[in-house]
Design a protein. Structure first.
Length: 243
């Protein structure tokens, strides 16, 4: 097993550790979790191990953590309702959504082919990497560390699912997939203005393709503003029959 952890890579690994609030004892476990098969395949001579085994482990750990949490908190739920709730929460769209909240794609080691085709935003890759990250935390810090990490990001999602609220819709991915059928031009999200104090900022963003503004959005974070801009763009395109 060989990993490429140079100074630049180490900087990124430290950055993601700070972001998730967990410091690895064995940094190679984190690098392993963030290594995609496409990267290993392009560097076969190094015999790099990619994250699929960690993904397998993380999937099981995640399932146990969520099952334990909902079993304990929702003691009046019968088995069938618990199963439905877990399936709603532990699914690819949910995991990729959480991965995007921590910008996990930025830290992945991807092959060049996967990189240029949008692998850092691909739902399946992000969901798998998030499970692998859970697996790596479990190996590094045991079950309680993995539990703390998972519930930090998923408790609100679970509670929203119980309340019957819409968990999320990834409008940016929907817009990207739609536009890819029509054009190869780059989709850009631009912050056009900010207002308010640092602790309570409001961002105004627009989504642009080929110098054409498709939609504008507002949010308390850049990511939220981008999602709202994409939503407006999709609604406008539907109204104008551009689908």
């Amino acid at each position: 097993m060989r990993y490429v952890i140079n100074t630049e890579r180490m900087k990124l690994l430290n950055e993601i550790q700070d972001k998730i609030g967990y410091k690895f004892n064995n940094i190679e476990l984190l690098n392993w979790a963030l290594t995609h098969s496409s990267y290993a395949n392009e560097h076969k001579r190094f015999k790099i191990i990619y994250n699929e085994r960690l993904e397998f482990l993380g999937d099981s750990v995640l399932g146990l953590i969520v099952s334990d949490f909902i079993f304990t908190k929702y003691s009046d739920y019968p088995e069938g309702e618990l199963t439905k709730l877990r399936a709603t929460v532990v699914c690819e769209p949910t995991l990729s959504y959480v991965a995007k909240q921590i910008d996990l794609g930025k830290y992945l080691l991807l092959g060049k082919g996967e990189e240029v085709t949008g692998g850092r935003e691909r739902v399946s890759i992000l969901a798998d990497a998030f499970e692998a990250l859970i697996g790596s935390i479990y190996l590094d810090g045991k079950f309680n560390s993995a539990k703390t990490f998972v519930l930090k990001y998923m408790t609100e999602i679970i509670e929203n699912a119980v309340d019957g609220r819409e968990l999320f819709i990834d409008y940016k991915t929907q817009l990207q997939e739609l536009l890819q059928k029509k054009t190869k031009s780059k989709i850009e999200y631009k912050v056009i203005s900010e207002e308010g104090p640092d602790h309570n900022k409001i961002f105004h963003t627009e989504v642009v393709v080929k110098n054409r503004i498709l939609g504008k959005g507002v949010g308390k974070s850049k990511k939220e503003a981008e999602q709202n801009a994409a939503k407006i763009a999709l609604e406008r395109m539907e109204a104008e029959n551009e689908y």
